[in-house]
Design a protein around this ligand. Sequence first.
Ligand code: SF4
Length: 339
Amino acid sequence: MTTLNLELPSVIAADAMRVLSIARRIVLTGEGAERDEAEFIAGYPLEYLTDVFAGANRIRIHFRGEEIHRCRIANVKSGKCEERCDFCRQSAHFNADSPEYPLVDEATILREAEQAEKDTAAELGLVASGYGLGDGPDFEKLLESVTAVKNQGKVNPHASLGIIPESSLRRLKDAGLEMYHHNLETARRHHPSIVHSHTYDEEVSVIRAAKKVGLKTCSGGILGMGETEEDRIDFAYELADLAPDTIPLNFYVDVHGTPLFGKVTPMEPREILRVISLYRFVNPRADILIAAGRAQHLRDLQSMIFFAGASGMMIGDFLTTPGRTVSDDVLMLRDLGMA
Ligand code: SF4
């Protein structure tokens, strides 16, 4: 009879212990991982990723609790965008297939809010294409819709209207908006290769302005757009510096007709899970929410995002692409004991 040797090779045991020791310190101090620790997590061997989950899951539960936060978005003004972001089907400069319509009316937005509540979301994000919807008749209409959603009382109104001035953000807050969303998209160094019509500092400035007027903030980006490993770590720290309440992470999905189409290698599922853990270790207090690309890239591994450190997910359809069914997502959370 052969005897099983259950002893771990010491190098593996030491690495697993180091993960837990970093996680312990983060839980005790609330301070995110140091740069060398982040590099250690980012380079952790994929075959031993569950070592990393042991730490990331602890940090998630400590700072965010066991229940998974759900949010839903509504595309309230779509397409014909004058900006040039290489991943985006809504840019008028590209030949990608995109829904195109002007700002939807208040009744439509209220129906979306009702649906969001039915879908177990806590809020509805109103998303408009374009550089920034911060003045003019459409902005006035949107302010009224924000107040209508607030008064309806089903879900909290959130908005993503691009790069808009502080005065417009203040008016949104006064209208009842809870949170403003604007993605930095990618790491500062990689941004000029992806976004050609506005700067990184403009992206950052709107989140800083939203904070200044007392709005909660949501800012993240899209991973898998050809950035380097170092870019991913830098981006995690850029977000830590900005300290939004929520960090949405999207994983790039190829779209025909955009400049990025066919130019990048899709991230593999375990690589995605590892990068989620990296962001959790660097941003322990943030609500890390997984958005587009979840179903396409993770497939059967979707439930593992929470063990990797994610504390939220977008449910329902994404901006321009359908998502997984809400009932499948809710069942997954119930099965995990996280709903
Ligand atoms: S990401 Fe936003 S700003 Fe950029 S092209 Fe798309 S809709 Fe326009």
